[in-house]
Design a protein around this ligand. Structure first.
Ligand code: ZN
Length: 279
């Protein structure tokens, strides 16, 4: 009896209580195995503890990046190993690209003084978020790949990391209320979103005024294959990879409600921070 009551109390609160309908942004009610919207009645299943807010079949998507989801799901196991991350960094970014460890450190420093809730956009297996989570930093990771999220949940369980939660959602339809997050990360994915401004606007919506956004993406820099304009054009057309000019990125940020753009380019690796506008 006692244990049933404790379980019921735990599941009534807990991190699942934070999620909102990605369509109408109302807070969701928890039912057996689903989160249900009291307003539009949409039900979102919880699979292996991970809420799933994507109702469409991504293999049929108009977006070429999303159509590759099966491949991305299968990559989850090798994503953080030397078989993948360093190769991508060196080919696209240039041979003197920062290592994954250096990138994690750069990204972490920008949110070091932040306490509270952090959103990790396109978190993969929690590559950055689970290394930044702490007793004072609760990380909510979202990604479109269930394979990546499951791998993340397995790492978090193995490594005994508290304060990391995963959900499957698209950056264009975040399952959160307005102004919820004290900071946001977006590492290794901004260049892949179909519409950068739509993605950034949705991130800004769920952030508090003056909250910091910490990003690693690709720029039109001087390293790797992305230093060639033709490769950048080809990548954008054929793989949906957008290597940004700094002035272009600043325009996108301003148009999306951010200010205080602080970029650093190393080869063709672009890391930057920006703040959500206060007014
Ligand atoms: Zn709804």
């Amino acid at each position: 009896m006692e244990s049933t009551r404790v379980v019921a109390e735990k599941s009534a609160g807990g991190e699942l209580g934070i999620y909102a309908c990605p369509v109408c942004k109302r807070l969701l009610h928890q039912e057996e195995g689903v989160l249900r919207c009291p307003s539009c009645s949409q039900a979102y299943p919880i699979r292996e503890g991970i809420p799933d807010f994507i109702r469409e079949e991504l293999s049929q998507s108009k977006d070429a990046v999303l159509r590759r989801m099966r491949f991305i799901d299968r990559m989850a196991r090798i994503y953080e190993t030397k078989l993948w991350y360093p190769i991508v960094l060196n080919v696209y970014g240039g041979f003197h690209s920062p290592s994954l460890g250096q990138l994690i450190s750069t990204i972490s420093q920008k949110v070091q003084s932040t306490q509270g809730r952090l959103l990790d956009i396109a978190c993969g297996p929690g590559t950055y978020g689970r290394r930044i989570a702490s007793p004072s930093k609760e990380v909510f990771g979202i990604d479109v790949s269930m394979g990546m999220l499951r791998q993340g949940a397995a790492y978090v369980a193995e490594e005994g990391i508290p304060n990391v939660h995963f959900a499957r959602a698209r950056v264009e339809a975040l399952p959160f209320e307005d102004g919820l997050f004290d900071a946001a990360l977006c590492c290794g994915s901004l260049h892949l979103f179909a519409d950068t401004v739509i993605a950034l606007r949705e991130m800004a919506r769920v952030m508090k005024p003056a909250a910091i956004l910490s990003v690693f993406t690709f720029g039109a820099g001087r390293g790797g294959v992305l230093k060639f304009r033709r490769v950048r054009e080809w990548s954008r057309r054929n793989v949906g990879l957008h290597a940004f000019d700094l002035s272009e990125m600043e325009q996108y940020l301003t148009a999306s409600g951010f200010e205080d753009f602080q970029p650093e380019m190393s080869g063709s690796i672009l890391t930057f921070s920006a703040r959500k506008q206060t007014a």
